[in-house]
Design a binder for this molecule. Structure first.
Ligand code: ATP
Length: 689
């Protein structure tokens, strides 16, 4: 057996690092040479431009661009080699194929690495078929699916390593699954500025999702900290590897909740050797779709209004528009409008006549088109059927008159008018209410985008081949219906029904399934982010007994009762001073509202460096002390979290419960809650049952 003892493994790791070092030098040499070649070629072209004929110039340009291309590939390879040089591999499986006597050893790393012959793989990419056994099996019977089919056999060895800067820090013989010790070490470490990759410790249930190639629509419901976002990103990295040539990062789009979140996750794919995918907020999509139609309130603004005042009318409007039944009603209305909204009349243009019957016949023959196109087509067709006094086709001004006349035959003259009619048709006109002059309420934005598809159609995003929707609980069925029409591609949809920032419009898995009836669904129940103590403490806010906290222990959350706000801020300062002198790298102060976050920021800004206020206009996630609201903290995590103002008058209703749950579950290692006055009834003292 190759490298039986730990000493053998240490030597092997060093030798591998040497090999990688040489490969790295080699590629760096090539990059410099290629850089010089490009400069030379450009210089030659510049100096001789007057003597070169057009064909020679074109040939030179092609040469230069080929050289740049190969230089870029070399830079990409250098990046990967550098990564491997720092940590060549993290796992090994020895696999004996059925019918063979000997097992082969496969070392598994973040990228693959071939020996000098270019054929022998010394390190296997974690996404390669053989590497799947590392995640799926312990020692014993195992198999992997190769391009030619399933290969069965036996794992005789399974090991994990931590190699840093050429030195093996530890090696673990793990017989069952990715060993808990390694996972514990990974989870206990303090967090870097951005999200980390988890290739060395992907869990079996996560691997099934990452390597899923069969689901066109995959919905992942996972508890807080179960690795949903990590898994979705690794899934994309896997699919980019698996479908190299047909799928590139430019074909993958993530619908993300805000720019900070996009920034927070932006390091994972590059770390895995892939380019970042495209990202977009759903509001950006709506902005493009409704340009020139109406402005609108954002989701964030909607939530802020709801937090400031409990407006039963607004809540009813939101609730009404947040069900699958609402889509059905809108569809019924469209069918009704289809039948009744076009009322043709005879048209007279300068003595020429088109009959209502003819218009009706043409209009009826244009089904499946959006309204505006139908009307246009009807007018054009009717005009084309007609000849003027001289037996000629109609002039442009006459055609325009016909178009105007035909347009007026449709009962609604604008998209907004049609939308308003919908509520009249329902007999519920009060359900449409503007947030301001020419400003729609957020709950009307996507119904209107949906109706626009019927009104004037919309161009689908055909270049997107895989769509990821994160924080799925915050999108309503009508938003999914829009996405489903605009993105006719594979989808990975993930979220947690317990982490909704607006419970009146949150979608459960069951609701989303109504829009995607053929979707496959998976649940992730194990929570990896927080210590056992933090997870169980947060559980009192959400009655979900199926959550499985990871057995990683830490301090009990601290509940700090204060006499008044002044004392509360002083206690927060003291927690921050402890943090500054600790090993922790990131601290989140997660408030309920932006106004509270502003207040805390003002009170602390002069006392600490590295203190940042994160609001909806922020672009990046930063290391240090971040002050923000629960809405924006969604999806993020911090070594330590402080939740201020957990008073009875601040956290009282269901919405507050969700926000408090989000806030508490952002903490990895330490959680402190402070209040002055009575504690919120939603929480018990830590340790109290
Ligand atoms: N298999 C794993 N190995 C190591 N760390 C993991 C693993 N799975 C998840 N984690 C860690 O758990 C934390 C939570 O992961 P992630 O943010 O992907 O979860 P989530 O389900 O999207 O969370 P939330 O919904 O609460 O925002 C991250 O620090 C991630 O690195």
């Amino acid at each position: 057996m190759l490298n039986q003892s730990e000493a053998d493994e240490r030597r092997y790791a060093e030798a591998m690092t040497d090999k990688l070092g040489r490969a790295l030098e080699d590629i760096r040499g090539k990059i410099s040479a290629s850089y010089r070649d490009v400069i030379e070629a450009k210089k030659y072209m510049w100096e001789n431009i007057s003597q070169l004929d057009p064909a020679e110039r074109a040939a030179n340009k092609v040469d230069i661009s080929l050289q740049i291309d190969s230089g870029e590939k070399a830079i990409d390879k250098e990046r990967k080699l550098h990564k491997l040089y720092q940590s060549p591999y993290f796992g090994r499986v020895d696999f004996r194929e059925n019918g063979l006597n000997e097992a082969d050893a496969y070392y598994i790393g973040i990228h693959s690495f071939a020996g000098t012959d270019g054929h022998t793989n010394l390190i296997y990419d974690w996404r390669s078929p053989v590497a799947s056994m590392f995640y799926d099996f312990g020692v014993g019977p195992a198999y992997f699916t190769a391009p030619l089919g399933r290969i069965e056999g036996e794992l005789t060895v399974k090991r994990q390593y931590k190699i840093r800067d050429g030195r093996m820090e530890y090696m673990i013989e793990s017989s069952i699954n990715i060993d808990d010790d390694v996972l514990q070490k990974e989870l206990s470490s303090t967090t870097d500025e951005k999200m980390k990759n988890i290739v060395a410790t992907i869990q079996k249930e996560q691997n099934v999702i990452i390597r899923n190639e069969t689901s066109d629509e995959l919905i992942i419901q996972g508890v807080a900290g179960s690795g949903k976002t990590s898994v979705a990103l690794h899934r994309i990295a896997f699919l980019l590897y698996r479908y190299k040539g047909t799928l590139t990062s430019r074909n993958v789009l993530i619908i993300s909740p805000n720019n900070v979140f996009s920034d927070y996750i932006s390091s994972v794919l590059p770390e895995l050797g892939e380019e970042n995918m495209m990202e977009m907020r759903l509001e950006e999509l709506a902005e493009a779709e409704l340009k020139g139609v109406a402005g609108f309130q954002t989701f964030y603004e909607q939530v802020t209004v709801l937090m400031d005042q409990e407006d039963p009318g607004m809540i009813e409007r939101i609730r009404f528009k947040a069900t699958a039944d609402f889509i059905r009603k809108l569809d019924e209305f469209v069918a009704y409008a289809e039948q009744h909204y076009f009322a043709p009349e005879d048209v007279q243009v300068d003595g020429l006549r088109i009959s209502a019957a003819e218009l009706r016949a043409i209009y009826d023959g244009t089904r499946r088109m959006p309204v505006l196109s139908r009307l246009e087509r009807t007018a054009n067709q009717a005009a084309a059927n007609l000849r003027d006094e001289d037996g000629q086709r109609l002039s442009a001004p006459r055609i325009r008159k016909i178009k105007t006349a035909v347009k007026k035959m449709f009962r609604a003259s604008t998209l907004l008018a049609l939308y308003k009619d919908f509520y009249d048709w329902l007999g519920r006109p009060e359900l449409l209410c503007m947030a301001g002059p020419k400003k729609l309420e957020y709950s009307d934005v996507f119904p209107l985008v949906y109706l626009k598809m019927y009104w004037e159609g919309t161009a689908p995003f055909d270049f997107v081949k895989h769509l990821i929707v994160d924080e799925m609980q915050d999108y309503t069925p009508i938003q999914y219906a829009v996405l489903s029409r605009l993105f006719n591609c594979r989808k990975t949809i993930l979220g947690d029904a317990s982490q909704s920032v607006n419970p009146y419009s949150s979608s459960s898995l069951a609701e989303i399934k109504k829009v995607f009836p053929n979707a496959d669904t998976v649940e992730l129940l194990k929570s990896y982010r927080s210590t056992y103590e933090i997870t169980t403490f947060a559980q009192q806010l959400k009655d979900n007994s199926s959550v499985v906290p990871i057995e990683r222990h830490g301090e009990l959350p601290r509940m700090v009762a204060c006499e008044d706000k002044e004392e509360e801020m002083e206690r927060i300062r003291s927690v921050l001073r402890e943090f500054v002198h600790s090993e922790s790298r990131s601290m989140g102060i997660v408030c309920k509202t932006k106004a509270q976050a502003d207040e805390v920021y003002q009170s602390l800004r002069d006392a600490f460096d590295n203190l940042y206020l994160l609001d909806f206009d922020s672009e990046e996630f930063r290391e240090g002390i971040i002050i923000t609201s629960a809405h924006l903290a969604k999806g993020l995590e911090f070594d330590e979290v402080i939740v201020p103002f957990v008073n009875s008058e601040v956290y009282r209703n269901e919405m507050d419960r969700s926000l408090l749950y989000i806030a508490c579950t952002r903490a990895m290692h330490k959680l402190t809650l402070t209040h002055s006055g009575a504690r919120t009834p939603l929480l018990k003292e830590p340790g109290e049952h």
